[in-house]
Ligand binder design. Sequence first.
Ligand SMILES: NC(=O)c1ccc[n+]([C@@H]2O[C@H](COP(=O)([O-])OP(=O)(O)OC[C@H]3O[C@@H](n4cnc5c(N)ncnc54)[C@H](O)[C@@H]3O)[C@@H](O)[C@H]2O)c1
Length: 444
Amino acid sequence: MSALEDIKARIAAREAHVAVIGLGYVGLPLALAAHKSGFRVTGFDTDPAKITTLAAGTSYINYIDAAEVSELAASTRFHGTSTVSELGASDIIVICVPTPLDRHREPDMRHVVDTCHSVASILSPGRLVILESTTWPGTTDELVRPILEGNGLVSGVDFLLAYSPERDDPGNTTHRLGTVPKIVGADQGLARAAAAAFYESFIPAGTVVVPDTKTAEAVKLTENIFRSVNIALVNELKVIFDAMGISIWDVIEAASTKPFGYMPFWPGPGLGGHCIPIDPFYLAWKAREFGVPTRFIELAGEINTSMPHHIVSRLAGEIDHRFRRGLNGAAILIVGMAYKKNVDDSRESPGLTLMALLESRGAAVSFFDPFIGTIPSTRAHAGLAGRRSLSWTDVTDGVHDAALIVTDHDCVDYDALVAAVPLVVDTRNATRAVRHHRERIVLA
Ligand SMILES: NC(=O)c1ccc[n+]([C@@H]2O[C@H](COP(=O)([O-])OP(=O)(O)OC[C@H]3O[C@@H](n4cnc5c(N)ncnc54)[C@H](O)[C@@H]3O)[C@@H](O)[C@H]2O)c1
């Protein structure tokens, strides 16, 4: 049996040693799942704070069970490190590093490139390398493979290379890693079979194997572009129906009763998170190389990006009419700084954009978010870094002119919020069950 064929046997016997590179929202759950199924796992991250926190058995992601993390930390089959040479014994190396946009909103492949150089430095024959980071079709073959082959090893001959996107929905308690089939693509038969065998060994939902890496990369982008375009559509419908005095929320709820041909997407204050606002631009960028227009993608981006501006103008209009004053000097409370409900992630959150826009109009803006104690440093909103969430008593102390619900965390008492603030502009229909002072609520 060749070393490459041997890897399937080592996976079946749980003798294969797995390395997960990048222990964030994607990598940490993967490391936990692979470890739980019996693999020896090395977790690698360039952020030493993550390694120290893990070693202490503490979870740094709110919806990842602390008990699972402390079990991982205590296990002799797990090791966390920031030292590349400690990855040398790994049979399977899974790359889960960030793929953001740069200042010009073009793919920033820095983390993937750095990681590939690290992997190339320790790569030896018989290994399986899998990229999980979301990226443009062609990345694994055109960018990753040449770097990994830099030290003379050849993909498909000396080592195996595959792409398998993560399809996580952070905070979703129904669909988690393990319940969603894993897409697996590779440009060579044995790599496809080995990567599929690896994921099937611990993902109960199994795998969907596609012919090559670029198809697997395209599947992930298609899923996220589908969301972006449909969210843009309901955001546009929201503005149209609002002008007609119709609630988009009532419309979508009723339309959702149709058992075929319709699936609900919900409007909001703009896109957030590491995926939907970013991934479509990866395809748009690559499409330029082929001279193919990406009109739907661009239009969806335009509509979704305009949402925070629409919300600010809606809020300003309500303040004008109700209080006979302007936004300048108004005390505005943003409720929810995370980009989606019940998660502790504020990357690309529309709350950040809204805070900056409102402050540029002279409003005094504070925020409340039980999951985001402090706004982290971001390139787009560097000036907001370090701002701290109010406590709940500060929220209900009656000093705010208006509250703007940006994220509908389940744990917020919306009855008490509406009782405490004279105007509540709700971008998520979080106040649907509030019965008192409904005249204070504006859906936007
Ligand atoms: N978060 C999600 O819900 C989600 C879902 C599907 C796909 N993705 C994709 O998965 C990838 C990772 O996303 P994430 O949300 O886990 O990001 P993240 O920022 O939470 O985690 C990435 C981790 O990689 C580390 N890192 C950065 N550069 C590194 C390097 N050179 N070597 C080792 N570690 C490095 C960071 O310190 C961080 O801990 C991205 O491509 C993202 O688009 C994310």
